[in-house]
Design a protein around this ligand. Structure first.
Ligand code: NAP
Length: 246
């Protein structure tokens, strides 16, 4: 069965956490979805099975976003199996909370390789491969505004993503492609929860006036809006989704 009219979305880092919920949401909206992952093959395959059983079109593609050759192949395989790409969601990311002075060379490089270069790699491919009228959603973080101790390197890697977003939106002039970023506050996923005590988690949960942690669905709903026709006039923006935290 062919799905000639189905629009195609790539979601990076969609094996787990926020990305998996975005993939589900976009599939439910009618997109054929490429679920990118780096190491969680079992989770990515299970998500593909779940989406196909629900009647959606989905494939899993292993690719390290930090590697430009992997990213070129991610687009190649998506085009071959699903068609030309309409939506790119740059969700893949890593966080290690550690004071700047304690960062090793390797940790600094890994954070920037995945969060910043990973976004750069997919944007560079998207420049020539995305259909006109497409949508790009990058991932920053509300920590960029909070400036919390222990987050310096992560924040720097995400501040760079905000800069890439704002300039790339202008560089795509004439293509009717919007480029925006979502900047979540704390969301209940491994990335946020790992290494934190229950007390630390509750402290974060009490910080926003809405007095809870974000859930992946809160963020998927924002992505869903940004890729929808309703967001056609939103371009080059960073949308903080954090319950009013900052
Ligand atoms: P998560 O639960 O840790 O999931 C991260 C995802 O990224 C996984 O699917 C992982 O896949 C993938 N990934 C990691 N390195 C990759 C690489 N090199 N290439 C391709 N995929 C890779 O994280 P999350 O909380 O959902 O975070 C999603 C995004 O939101 C990130 O950009 C993060 O910085 C941002 N964010 C999160 C929060 C929060 O509180 N959770 C707040 C602000 C911003 P594998 O398991 O296969 O490696």
């Amino acid at each position: 069965m062919t799905h000639q009219n189905r629009k195609v979305a790539i979601v990076t880092g969609a094996s787990r956490g926020i990305g998996a919920v975005i993939a589900r949401q976009l599939a439910a909206q009618g997109f054929a979805v490429a679920i990118n992952y780096a190491s969680s093959a079992t989770e990515a395959s299970a998500l593909v099975v779940e989406l196909r059983q629900a009647g959606h079109q989905a494939i899993a593609i292993k690719a390290d976003v930090a590697r430009s050759a992997d990213v070129a192949r991610l687009f190649d395989e998506t085009e071959q199996q699903l068609g030309k790409v309409d939506v790119l969601v740059n969700n893949a990311g890593v966080l290690k909370v550690l004071p700047l002075a304690q960062h090793s060379d390797e940790l600094f490089e890994q954070t920037f390789a995945i969060n910043t270069r990973g976004t750069f790699n997919t944007l560079r491919e998207a420049a020539t491969r995305l259909n006109d009228g497409g949508r790009i959603v990058n991932f920053s973080s509300s920590t960029v505004a909070l400036n919390l101790p222990g987050y310096a390197v992560y924040i720097a890697s995400k501040a760079a993503v905000e800069s890439l977003t704002q300039v790339f939106a202008k560089e795509l002039r004439g293509r009717r492609i919007t480029v925006n970023a979502v900047a979540p506050g704390p969301v209940a996923t491994d990335l946020f929860l790992h290494g934190k005590s229950e007390e630390q988690i509750q402290t974060f949960a009490r910080m926003p006036p809405l007095e809870r942690l974000g859930q992946p669905q809160d963020i998927a709903d924002v992505v869903s809006f940004l890729v929808s026709p309703a967001a056609a006039w939103v371009n080059g923006q960073v949308l903080r989704a954090n319950g009013g935290l900052v």
